[in-house]
Design a protein around this ligand. Structure first.
Ligand SMILES: [Zn+2]
Length: 72
């Protein structure tokens, strides 16, 4: 079964493992890190997380290092 349920969101891929509390915390962090963030250079929303601490803005095409999971 690979169906995602609404309850678990992106943590649905872990199935019945790891417990609800852990998955809830994980969803909180992951949903934020996947959102597009505000670029510190052009002040527009369009920065995506490429890797740990690596971010790229698709508007001004800048790649920069910053916080690991999300920008402020
Ligand atoms: Zn930018």
């Amino acid at each position: 079964m690979t169906t995602k349920s609404k309850k678990t969101k992106s943590a649905g891929r872990f199935g019945a493992r790891y417990g609800k509390t852990v998955k809830d915390k994980f969803v909180k962090v992951e949903s934020k890190q996947r959102m597009k963030q505000t670029c510190p250079f052009c002040k527009k929303v369009g920065v995506k997380r490429i890797s740990k601490g690596v971010w790229k803005c698709h508007r001004c095409d800048k790649k920069f290092a910053s916080n690991t999971y999300f920008l402020d």
